[in-house]
Write a protein that binds this ligand. Structure first.
Ligand SMILES: Cc1ncc(C[n+]2csc(CCOP(=O)(O)OP(=O)(O)O)c2C)c(N)n1
Length: 344
């Protein structure tokens, strides 16, 4: 994107949100099996960075990569079929939502936490070797910053001057472990310790994410070396669909009655930590449950924040939303139809 275009950014975010809502519906209908990690809530980070990329740039993704694939142009029908485990899916139905790959788009995702670091560094090494001005982006969560291979990638990217933009989508949680429990120091300073400049950015504000990314990516294309971005976000649908922290909140009686037995058993188990420690552990779990919903309510909503800034004189927002909604609806219907017909 050469010039700032808030309308384009909003459309990207809205497309991403609607697609993931459609995925959620199919997961609830039982068409997608296993865990399903959505990126609802991190749209401003994804759209703000991706809109600055051009052909030949590569993107390495974590376990929430579905919508980034969509926004880079991967066919939504093949994405949905992949999630259904159908042979006509993007990766023959064998990758599922966590292991997506598109050679045409130079994109790969992985469920191995931290692995987007080495993948992006590899893509960037290839761009550097071929003397192009292409860059690579690594998207990952704050939990991945405590993974060795991520540190190794940041180190090598610095030592070799690789054009990698490391984007940490910081929701302060790794499943149910809060960052403050397991993370020493400050992440931007940690990257600086490897010689990689970086900064924090408001991950709810697409305009701010775009401003920083566009400037940094422009520098990277002319040999500026790697950069580190730490952007705050919240995962509106929890760690994965059916996240127990949110389930406990939504259906306390049902969920607590299921958990009472195991909780009593673990509390009265004769071996292990003393009662004070066990009580402390339990209170931490309860406070996580209590905060799970509160956090999602108090955090900013990236789409709403962006829509407040759009000038109604330029375009008709409702019209644009309807067009995107019918595009997504069409893709879902097509994927369902192929899936219904079964395997040829
Ligand atoms: C190497 C590795 N360790 C552990 C896991 C299990 N695991 C899956 S997601 C996750 C949390 C990752 O947290 P973060 O990187 O902050 O991403 P988020 O889910 O918050 O987006 C963990 C520990 C894994 N998939 N890979």
């Amino acid at each position: 994107m050469l010039e700032f275009d808030l309308w384009l950014l909003y459309q990207m975010m809205f497309r991403s949100r609607l697609f993931e809502e459609a995925v959620k519906k199919q997961w609830e209908n039982g068409l997608i099996s296993g865990e399903m990690h959505l990126g609802t809530g991190e749209e401003a980070i994804i759209a703000g960075v991706l809109c600055e990329l051009k052909d030949g740039d590569a993107v390495a993704l974590d376990h929430r990569g579905t919508s980034a694939m969509l926004l880079r142009g991967v066919d939504p029908v093949s994405l949905l079929l992949e999630l259904f485990g159908h042979p006509e899916g993007l990766c023959g139905g064998l990758g599922g939502h966590m292991h997506l790959f598109s050679k045409d788009h130079l994109m790969a995702s992985s469920g191995i936490v931290g692995s987007s670091g080495p993948a992006a560094a590899g893509f960037a090494l290839s761009a550097q070797y071929q003397n192009t001005d292409n860059i690579a982006v690594a998207f990952f969560g704050d939990g991945a910053m405590n993974q060795g291979m991520m540190m190794e990638s940041i180190n090598l990217a610095s030592a070799w001057g690789l054009p990698v933009l490391f984007v940490c989508k910081d929701n302060d949680l790794a499943i149910s472990t809060t960052s403050s429990h397991v993370t020493g120091g400050n992440l931007v300073d940690r990257a600086k310790g490897f010689g990689v400049p970086g900064q924090r950015v408001d991950g709810y504000d697409v305009k701010k994410v775009w401003q920083v990314s566009s400037e940094v990516i422009r520098r990277m294309r002319s040999g500026g070396g790697p950069y580190f971005l730490q952007a705050q976000c919240v995962h509106k649908d929890g760690h994965f669909l059916g996240d127990p922290l949110l389930r406990f909140h939504d259906h306390p009686v049902k969920e607590f009655s299921k958990a009472t037995g195991p909780l009593i058993k673990s509390f009265t188990y004769p071996k292990g930590k003393n009662v004070v420690n066990r009580a402390k552990g339990l209170s931490e779990v309860f406070s996580l449950i209590l905060n799970a919903k509160k956090q999602r309510k108090t955090k900013k909503e990236p789409l709403q924040l962006c829509s407040f800034e759009l000038s109604s004189e330029e375009y008709n927002l409702e019209e644009i939303k309807n067009i995107i909604a019918s595009d997504i609806q069409e893709a879902v219907q097509k994927a369902l139809e192929i899936n219904r017909k079964g395997v040829k």
